[in-house]
Design a protein around this ligand. Sequence first.
Ligand SMILES: CC(C)(COP(=O)(O)OP(=O)(O)OC[C@H]1O[C@@H](n2cnc3c(N)ncnc32)[C@H](O)[C@@H]1OP(=O)(O)O)[C@@H](O)C(=O)NCCC(=O)NCCS
Length: 161
Amino acid sequence: MKVRDAVLADAEEISVFLQELAALGKRSLPSDEAYVISHYIAHADKVRCSVVEDVDGTLLGLQILKRASEGNTYGVTAGWGIIGTHVRPSAGRRGVGRALFAETFDAARQAGLEKIDATIGASNPEGLGYYEAVGFRTYKTNEGSVSKCLELTAETAPVPK
Ligand SMILES: CC(C)(COP(=O)(O)OP(=O)(O)OC[C@H]1O[C@@H](n2cnc3c(N)ncnc32)[C@H](O)[C@@H]1OP(=O)(O)O)[C@@H](O)C(=O)NCCC(=O)NCCS
C-alpha cells in the first residue's frame, strides 16, 4: 500500500467506491465525480487530500483534511481542521484508514492546525471506532451524530507510519 496526494485523474475511481459505500448505506452525501473534485480533491479549503493505492494501482481509500472557514456548513469552529475518511468496502479493516491518517496528521502539523473535528453518524460503529483508534475523543453530541476532536499539542504523539 502506498499513500499519495489525490489528483484529478483519481476522481472517477474514487466516485466508484463512494457509490459502493452509498449502496451499503454507509454514505449519504453525493458520490459523483464532480462532487469528488469540488468537495475533496480541489476544495478551496483543502489542507491535504490523500489516497491509498494498492500494489496493483487500485485506489483503496481517500482522506480529506480541510481548514474550517468562517460560517462553514459543518458548524465547526473557524480555523480547526475538518476530516473525512472513505475506504473502499472490500478493503476495510486492513489498515487503510490508519495509513491515511499518518499522512493527514503530518499535514495538520505542517499547517499549524491545533484541533481537528470528525463528525460521525451516531449509528456508525466503524467510523466511531476508527476515529477513537487514531486518537479522537468525543466533545459534542448532536441529533444523530457525534463530533470528535483531536488536539494537536506539542505533546501529541506522532502517528506511527
Ligand atoms: C471507518 C473507516 C474509514 C475505517 O477505515 P479502515 O481502513 O477499515 O480502518 P483501519 O483498518 O485502519 O482500522 C483502524 C482501527 O479503526 C477501528 N475500526 C475499523 N473498522 C472498525 C469496525 N468495523 N468496527 C469497530 N472499529 C473499527 C479499529 O480500532 C481499527 O484498529 P484494529 O483493526 O487494529 O482493531 C472505513 O470503515 C469506512 O470508510 N467506513 C465508511 C465511511 C465512514 O464511516 N467514514 C468515517 C465516518 S465519516
